[in-house]
Ligand binder design. Structure first.
Ligand SMILES: [Zn+2]
Length: 440
């Protein structure tokens, strides 16, 4: 009996020990799992701490770099503040405005300058500054004067306008890679360059001083648009969107059916001192004030005339040897171009005078001593015309230009055509897009 009891006790003890042992083992396994978990958690925490430390370090480095960049900016800000303080009284602005009041109309450069002075004196929100920059942009686009276009566009952006700034206007760091061909300064377009009028020598020469400041680039700069290849008419739209997106572009292939025009056009051109300009795209004659084209009695002042070889306009699909474009502007700023087609034939005495005085240097106005010229010498006697709404035929291809192409051609000798310094400076004809061509 004792033995049985002992055995029972032993078994019980063994079971107890076994259960105890099993329990402990389970406990150990759970603890081990917990430790592994905790270790992983600690490791993860350490890792994220390290990552955080790294990102803090990176942020610190970035901040340091920014501080370094800020230093010169701060200097510029100080300079700007000094300029603002000097102009704060507004007397400089008043003086300039009074001086400009005497002018009939302001050039794009002067409008941009006025905008800048207003912005510095009265702040970016000043409506007068905005207005001046808008006018500057409008005027400079007519003449493709890149520096002024840039000044006006950047001024408008600074004043809070949401406009697209031409890529060439952005600071170099913001441009993705630039080559010589992007570095060209403003080149005056064949049309409308003299939008404020007449005979301002700075217009031709000014570009040399207001460039990008990189003299090497300037010297070797190629024009930023041309008539062939990478800079040819097919590519103009990249930089000058209206050239490709516009729906009323010039020139046109002039053919019927025509709509009858009752408009009366007459030219009243006056003799004046000869001033010539080779703007890199054409030969342009800058006209002194006083010559007018009347369209239904409304005077349009002749600003300049220039040449294209061959003629940009075609008649029934055919171009002429050359064309003269007489560019006019009325008091509202609307442009009108009178086109005179030059046909190969006898020598043209007017052209003879002009070609004898071709400028030797590009972009410098040339005024030979004692030579006068009457633009009327290049007009035919008859004034029948074709007419349509079009655009500048050179970048930025601004629309809203009224064209009158005379039906009567004027002669030019073959040798005279060949002596024109540009072999080809004609934009191809553009789609009519539903426009009417009128004929009187
Ligand atoms: Zn033209």
């Amino acid at each position: 009996m004792k033995r049985i009891l002992l055995e029972v006790f032993l078994v019980a003890a063994l079971i107890g020990a076994g259960v105890f042992g099993f329990m402990n083992q389970k406990q150990a396994a759970t603890s081990k799992a917990k430790i592994t978990e905790l270790t992983a958690a600690v490791e993860a925490a350490e890792k994220s701490a390290k990552e955080k430390e790294e990102s803090i370090k990176a942020a610190e480095e970035e901040m340091h770099a920014l501080q370094e960049e800020m230093a010169p900016l701060e200097e510029k800000t100080n300079q700007l503040e000094a300029v603002k303080a000097a102009l704060a009284s507004g007397s400089t602005l008043t003086d300039l405005e009074n001086a400009y009041k005497k002018e009939k109309s302001l050039s794009a450069e002067r409008q941009a300058g006025l905008g800048a002075l207003r912005m510095l004196t009265k702040g970016a929100e000043d409506p007068g500054a905005l207005e001046a920059f808008r006018k500057a942009l409008q005027l400079s686009e007519l003449g493709d004067r890149k520096n002024t276009i840039c000044a006006a566009q950047l001024g408008l952006v600074a004043a809070g306008e949401k406009i697209k700034v031409m890529s060439d206007c952005l600071p170099k760091s913001e441009k993705a890679g630039h080559g010589d061909k992007e570095e060209k300064d403003a080149k005056d377009d064949g049309h409308g360059k003299k939008d404020d009028g007449h005979g301002k020598k700075e217009d031709g020469k000014g570009k040399k001083e207001d460039g990008h400041g990189d003299k090497k680039d300037e010297k070797h700069a190629a024009p930023h648009w041309g008539y062939e290849g990478e800079m040819g008419p097919e590519k103009w739209g990249k930089e000058f969107p209206t050239c490709s997106a516009g729906k009323s572009q010039s020139p046109l292939d002039i053919k019927g059916p025509f709509v009858k025009s009752r408009v009366v056009v007459s030219a009243d051109y006056k003799e004046g001192p000869l001033k010539m300009l080779n703007n890199g795209h054409t030969i342009q004659v800058v006209v002194s004030p006083g010559s007018k084209l009347r369209i239904d009695g409304v005077a349009h002042e002749l600003l300049q005339f220039h040449f294209h070889r061959p003629s940009e306009e075609k008649i029934d699909g055919k171009p002429m040897a050359m064309v003269v474009h007489f560019v006019h502007k009325n008091a509202e700023g609307k442009l009108a171009v009178l086109g005179v087609l030059l046909k190969e034939g006898n020598e043209n005495p007017g052209i003879k005078t002009l070609w004898a005085n071709l400028p030797k240097e590009e972009n410098v106005e040339y005024a030979p001593d004692g030579v006068n010229f009457n633009p009327g010498n290049l007009l035919p006697r008859e004034f029948d015309f074709y007419s349509y709404e079009g655009s500048l035929t050179t970048p930025p291809c601004t629309e809203g230009v009224r064209f009158f192409i005379l039906k009567t051609t004027v002669n030019i000798a073959k040798e005279q055509v060949q002596a024109f310094p540009f072999k080809m400076n004609a934009r191809p004809v553009q789609p009519l897009n539903g426009r009417e061509i009128l004929s009187n």
